[in-house]
Design a protein around this ligand. Sequence first.
Ligand code: ADP
Length: 446
Amino acid sequence: MFDKILIANRGEIALRIQRACRELGIATVAVHSTADADAMHVRLADESVCIGPPSARESYLNIPALVTACEITGADAVHPGYGFLSENARFAEILEEHKITFIGPTSEHIRIMGDKIEAKETAKKLGIPVVPGSAGAVTSETEAMKIAKDMGFPVLIKAAAGGGGRGMKVATSAADLGMALSTARSEAKAAFNDDAVYIEKYLQKPRHIEIQVFGDGKGDAVHLGERDCSLQRRHQKVLEESPSPALNAAQRQKIGTTVAEAMKKIKYRGAGTVEFLFEDGEFYFIEMNTRLQVEHPVTEMVTGTDLVLEQIRVAAGLPLSFTQDDIELKGHAIECRICAENPKDFRPSPGQITYWHPPGGLGVRVDSGVYQGYRIPPFYDSLIGKLIVTGKTRNDALMRLRRALAEFVIDGIETTIPLFQDLVKDPDIVNGVYDIHWLEKHLGMK
Ligand code: ADP
């Protein structure tokens, strides 16, 4: 097992990883920008290293500074969390070259899945159903038009290097295809320095359902059920739950097995998420994330596992601590992403938290990196915490969520808590009937 892990992240996830390390008796190194000197993950770590100025490019994305921090502190492994360098194949490679373990999959798997065109190709070869679309990158408008007409409008132009919901454009008819193609291209170029795009059938009313997988890197792999992340705004998840109210046991078993078998074939290592759109009983692969996800706690709560601990164990060369038969979904879990934003127009609301009272009690978990008196810096994303509730049934979880949201007090800044208070009252949410467009329609964006 490792002696010391450097956590190359900030906020709630840095703390989440630190907690797992503590429980394993592993020392931790926090890294931080100058803007994060008094962050909770720094305060609680065994050691900390300042790696640069506020801009993420010069700090949390600064590979030389991170490698130096490992060398100075003698860390023998790095946990990248999510975002930042978590899906950067080059970072994984550089660490290996320095004899530092990257807690994640091989750089080759990160690279393949990071290119969505290649990821889709790979998924198809592995027997995973994919969204109908172009066979690879699309370069000319003529080619795009032929594919779109064959498939039927609407279609979606997506960036091969895409992420965070960026570089995606819908074309509803032949008339707007040219425009959608060129804007998607220039957005992709600006955001990812790669203008490769591809075309997919634009599904009208799908749910976003993703399967959590875990591999030991030697050919064993299991799935840990699904998360329903259909409540989205601008293709970004807002609330997640497990199990999905839209799946039955047979459907879960079938897609879970398909994905686990695929992961066995490629000898996948560590945690991964295979994302699907689900419409009319059919699954369509959209992408795979080769890292821990923000919403991993809902899976932990219904499976009784510790996914970060498992990542660390597998990275240290240990076998999986559970078999497929050990994994049983019990009860229901729901997560709300609490952001420092105006709950109506979602404008960021950085500033000082003057009062902080998180909810507690049976079945309530709050993963957060903030505290009373903490000043939220304006440089990073606005997620300040996650409220995760569990219950025996979905209805119990919803009742608990209502009471937990009512207990939650955060003063000094605006948060998205009022949005969730509104959502948990809505009959569609209560009945579990919502697709990926529901929230934007509800918010009057569509
Ligand atoms: P990113 O990596 O940017 O998050 P994804 O491919 O994971 O992009 O897609 C994000 C979201 O965009 C999905 O959850 C879904 O809401 C929407 N989306 C993606 N592909 C399609 C599609 N073919 N049809 C309809 N919606 C889609």
